[in-house]
Design a protein around this ligand. Structure first.
Ligand code: 7TS
Length: 407
């Protein structure tokens, strides 16, 4: 059990007011709030140890390097991985771009196929479209079942030896649906394709041991798991990271540089050109420390309880339709919905008047919106600091929205 009152007091922003109401933050799928431990770690780094990493022999530089590499070790261990296979990136988007440009561009050819699901975030669609334009490889989409899960029916017809990459999210930022990670990676293996797991929504909310997934790459973002913006990670198998080309050249990523040729530093540094986001890495390390101290199992259970409560309470609101599975074992706490024919942006604006932050829009998943045949949805999303009272406030604000629209 989480002592929620105590935990919430670790997040200074949760006690602020918005439009005369105590903030109800239900937009953690977009980005999460930050505990004091994360803020303090970054502040202390700048106040006490600020220097560039992997360079000068002076004390501060050594301290900064130790903090930066120490953060890598923390983040790697958080997902059951080795630091040498954990690359710091700007976030999930950059991590997937590294794979697309670093691997895809050099290994894909005309006639090859990239298989993805219709529920992907643009971060896991657009880089592949660009690579497809460069290489002639074709994008093939898996669609969804009636309960918004990836439809594996007919996957045998789709998967053949032209498929080189199968890429999918661990949890949808729109429907909240989880997986099926292992079924997709097994299917991909059976035709020799490599697998990319977009862990942006999975890693923050579930215990993840990457060794339990038979995937080649996994990407995630610090800011969705209590850490700062501007940093995330790309995990890969040693073999794939070795065969991947660097996508950015510059300082830090080289072994030798001559006039016309250079050789690369070993992985993970090969992919970290330039001065890295050092304070952000420190904050990322503090974030995973915080999550581990609470316990990822405990967090996942808390979110399942909250999501169950939210789905039951939302079912009381007339004309409200949820786009996502109902079984909380098959889904996480991103709950997309529509309310009668009120535009999601109007819902979000009305809720904001009561201090309630939700997201409305296409959630960077336009192909999914087209597939669901909606222009946009409203989305409430939960994290470890949310409480049932906040869901009650959401529901009464939605009832209020109905009244405002004369329903
Ligand atoms: N993949 C998924 C599944 C996501 O939810 C997001 C961000 C990304 C990739 C991209 O992550 P970034 O950190 O590189 O931007 N999702 C959202 C969202 O749902 N609302 O705002 C950002």
């Amino acid at each position: 059990m989480i002592d929620l009152e105590r935990l919430r007091s670790d997040f200074p922003i949760l006690s602020r007011e918005v439009n005369g109401h105590r903030l109800v933050y239900l937009d953690s799928a977009a980005t999460t709030q930050k505990p004091t431990a994360v803020l303090d770690s970054m502040d202390a780094y700048y106040r006490e140890s600020n220097a560039n990493v992997h360079r000068g022999a002076h004390t501060l530089s050594a301290e900064a390097t130790e903090l930066y590499e120490g953060a890598r070790t923390k983040v790697a261990h958080f997902i059951g991985a080795k630091p040498a296979q954990t690359v710091f990136t700007r976030g999930t988007t950059t991590a997937i771009n590294h794979i697309a440009y670093g691997w895809g561009l050099n290994h894909l050819n005309e006639g090859d196929k990239i298989v993805l699901t219709i529920a992907e975030h643009h971060a896991n669609i657009v880089p592949w479209q660009i690579i497809s334009r460069h290489t002639g490889a074709e994008l093939v989409y898996l669609e969804l079942t009636d309960d918004y899960r990836v439809d594996l029916n007919g996957i045998d017809r789709i998967l053949d030896d032209r498929v080189k990459i199968v890429t999918f999210s661990g949890m949808s930022n729109v429907t909240g649906a989880i997986g099926p990670i292992n079924l997709l990676s097994e299917a991909a293996r059976s035709v020799g394709a490599l697998t990319v797991l977009d862990g942006a929504q999975l890693v923050p909310h579930h215990p993840v041991d990457v060794a339990e997934f038979d995937v080649d790459f996994m990407a995630f973002s610090a800011h969705k798991m209590l850490g700062p913006t501007g940093i995330g990670a790309l995990w890969g198998t040693r073999e794939r990271l070795e065969e991947m080309e660097p996508t950015e050249g510059g300082g830090e990523m080289i072994n030798t540089v001559d006039r016309h040729v250079s050789t690369w530093a070993p992985v993970p540094h090969k992919f970290e050109a330039g001065t890295p986001p050092i304070a952000e890495a420190v904050g990322f390390g503090a974030a995973v420390d915080y999550l581990s101290a609470v316990g990822m199992d405990v967090i996942a259970q808390h979110e399942r309880d909250l999501t169950r409560y939210a789905l039951d309470r939302l079912a009381e609101v007339p004309d409200l339709k949820v786009y996502g599975p109902d079984d909380v074992l098959l889904r996480g706490g991103a709950v997309s919905f529509e309310l009668a024919d009120i535009h999601p942006h109007d819902i979000a604006t009305i809720l904001d008047q009561e201090g309630i932050a939700i997201r409305a829009g296409h959630h960077c998943a336009r192909p999914l919106m087209q597939y669901l045949d909606v222009p946009a949805t409203a989305r409430a999303s939960f994290y470890l600091y949310n409480i049932p009272e906040e869901i009650d406030k959401l529901v009464s604000a939605l009832m209020n929205a109905r009244r405002i629209f004369g329903l």
